[in-house]
Design a protein around this ligand. Structure first.
Ligand code: ADP
Length: 601
């Protein structure tokens, strides 16, 4: 049903009531007026009739003189502007002011005449068949000495009554119109006065409902509507306060959830996602806002997780599981802890899953296992060799001085190798410890000296192999370094470069500034490294060609040491290499200005 404005409802109701009242009053007033006026005319006619009564009686007694009677009627009628009629008891018209009695019909049946003959006086207002118009009649019974002689009737046309009444009606109508206009105006004004504060209330409510909780309603002076406005203002203020607290709580909760490294995923009992934090969306590659409200089956196509959530919802107890999520070329290893979500009354309303990315830990564990296996393996080879040659010597070879010397030389070489491995392992352990404790002291030093010192260490070996070392350093280049450690890293790199270069080749040791970093590069033009090994080359004991490395006296730990030294400086390492073309190993350190900025920042 269409809704109408209140102002129109009040106004139209008022107007209808007003018009009805006015119409009722007008009807009653005009009716009463007409009756009053007719009574007045009747009384007047009766008075006239009484005046004529004696004259007519005199003429009537002289029964032969009907002509004189008729003339009397005509004279009187003309003078008094009244129709005068005299009839005998039989209803025959003896005289009439307006018509010829001879042509008039018998009047015995006329209402006023019947009444007058019966009671002495009669009156009526009706249509006159003689004159053809509406008339008001008054009739008096004429008596002489107690004997009825006839009836005297006087009348005036009703039109004159109607005309007089019409003038009065016109005045009443004019007055009524004025009253209607005035009352309609008053009614409109009152309707507005009643409805406009309500309309303001409505506007105010619309603003508040639209979320403008700072909006306040104007308080009108009416008791009821003023009270309503105040109540609405109080309600808006309370809503505002509650919402502010809610938003604050929500923001705090979102901040906590989004800064967590653990993934958090909450679903309702229909498995629809009701909350998911940033970490969880990252684990599963989801769009945070696109998944809210969707079922876990639609949003995350990982069967392990879907089943885990179903199990948690079904069993209603804390659950734990491992989930493997495809990630890049490999997979992420995620540890999931699930529990049932309960509302304030303890009713189960869904499930909450906390996800921990343990890929790194798993990898570390694998590295540790590999490391132990590698160390054992690396140590076992020289020990087996030493043991073998000692047993051979014991078995009699010691008696052959030449053989004995050869075997002892091999045993000495293997001991050196064991020593080299253990020294490298100790160095690595020391650097790692220093890194963890943060007690590797960095000082601002010139890099040229460090570079030259490293080259100097390797010069004998280079000369033996016929390899030339070119050094180039940007003048005055300085960085915050631990000089002995950095020198060792450079020695490892230059030593490798010489090892894997052919005789007569060239090795370059370079130091330069690159943006906010200082780069130390060792380039060779030797054997180079196949692409598939480049990612793993810095791992402990990783060697491209084990036999060649061993023959060269390598331990497989040199590059691991370089990587840890770079990390202990807050830097990093990289390698570019192509088989048969050579390799470039780089150590990136922060330039002093950047170090300063980083510390200030
Ligand atoms: P190693 O003691 O065996 O040299 P490193 O950790 O120093 O151990 O190096 C690991 C492996 O990387 C080496 O076995 C070798 O295969 C490869 N490698 C290192 N430096 C170079 C280089 N400059 N050219 C070619 N291969 C290299």
């Amino acid at each position: 049903m269409p809704r109408r404005r209140l102002i129109w409802q009040i106004f139209t109701t008022n107007l209808v009531v007003l018009l009805a009242a006015l119409a009722a009053v007008a009807l009653y007033a005009t009716g009463s007026l007409r009756t009053f006026y007719l009574d007045h005319v009747t009384t007047e006619l009766e008075a006239r009739a009484r005046l004529l009564e004696s004259g007519v009686n005199a003429l009537l007694n002289n029964s032969n003189n009907t002509e004189a009677l008729d003339r009397f009627c005509k004279d009187m009628g003309r003078d008094s502007a009244t129709r005068v009629t005299v009839v005998n008891t039989a209803g025959q018209v003896l005289g009439d002011s307006d018509e010829d009695p001879a042509h008039m019909e018998n009047h015995a049946g006329r209402q006023e005449i019947v009444e007058a003959l019966a009671s002495g006086r009669g009156a009526s207002s009706r249509h006159s068949p003689t004159l053809g118009k509406d008339m008001v009649y008054v009739a008096l019974r004429l008596e002489t000495r107690g004997e009825t002689q006839g009836v005297l009737r006087v009348s005036v046309p009703l039109t004159s009554v109607n005309e007089a009444l019409a003038v009065i009606y016109l005045h009443i109508a004019a007055g009524g119109i004025v009253v209607i206009v005035l009352a309609a105006g008053m009614s409109w004004w009152m309707s507005r006065r009643l409805s406009s504060p309500l309309e303001e209330m409505k506007d105010c409510a619309v603003h508040i409902a639209a979320g403008e909780l700072d909006y306040r309603c104007a308080v009108p002076d009416s008791e009821e509507i003023g009270g309503l406005a105040e109540a609405m203002n109080r309600m808006a203020a309370q809503l505002h306060d509650r919402l502010t607290v809610e938003v604050k709580h929500r923001n705090e909760m979102e901040a906590v959830l989004s800064s967590m490294t653990e993934g958090v995923l909450a679903v309702d009992s229909d498995e629809k996602i009701i909350n998911v934090n940033l970490a969880a969306t990252r684990f599963f590659g989801l769009e945070p806002h696109a998944v809210l409200g969707r079922t876990i089956q639609e949003a995350v196509r990982i069967a392990d997780l879907q089943q885990f959530i179903q199990r948690t919802l079904a069993r209603g107890v804390p659950m734990e599981s491992e989930i493997f999520v495809p990630h890049g070329d490999g997979e992420r290893h995620i540890q999931a802890h699930g529990n049932v979500l309960r509302d304030a009354k303890g009713k189960a309303i869904g499930a909450l899953v906390v996800l921990n990315d343990v890929t790194h830990l798993t990898r570390l564990e694998a590295v540790r296992r590999d490391f132990v296996a590698n160390v054992s393996h690396e140590l076992k080879t020289p020990i087996t060799s030493v043991k073998g040659f000692v047993e051979t010597l014991q078995a009699g070879a010691i008696k052959d001085p030449q053989e004995a010397e050869r075997f002892l030389a091999i045993i000495a070489r293997q001991a050196d190798r064991l020593n080299a491995i253990i020294e490298d392992l100790l160095t690595l352990a020391k650097i790692e410890q220093g890194e963890q404790k943060g007690d590797i002291v960095l000082e601002k030093c010139g890099l040229e000296e460090v570079l030259r010192a490293a080259v100097q260490v390797c010069e004998v070996k280079a000369a033996e192999k016929g390899v030339r070392i070119d050094t180039q350093c940007e003048p005055g280049l300085r960085a915050e370094i631990n000089a002995p450690l950095l020198e060792q890293a450079l020695v490892n790199l230059i030593d490798n470069a010489i090892k894997y270069s052919d005789a007569g080749s060239r090795v370059e040791a370079l130091a330069s500034r690159n943006g906010g970093e200082v780069v130390l590069r060792v380039r060779d033009y030797g054997s180079g490294i196949e692409k598939e090994h480049l990612d793993r080359i810095f791992e402990r004991f990783y060697r491209v060609d084990k036999a060649r490395s061993r023959k060269q006296g390598g331990t497989g730990l040199g590059l691991a040491i370089v990587k840890h030294i770079a990390q202990a400086h807050g830097g990093r390492v990289s390698v570019e290499s192509a088989p048969a073309k050579g390799s470039t190993f780089s150590i990136f350190l922060m330039a002093p200005a950047s170090v300063l900025q980083a510390r200030v920042g």
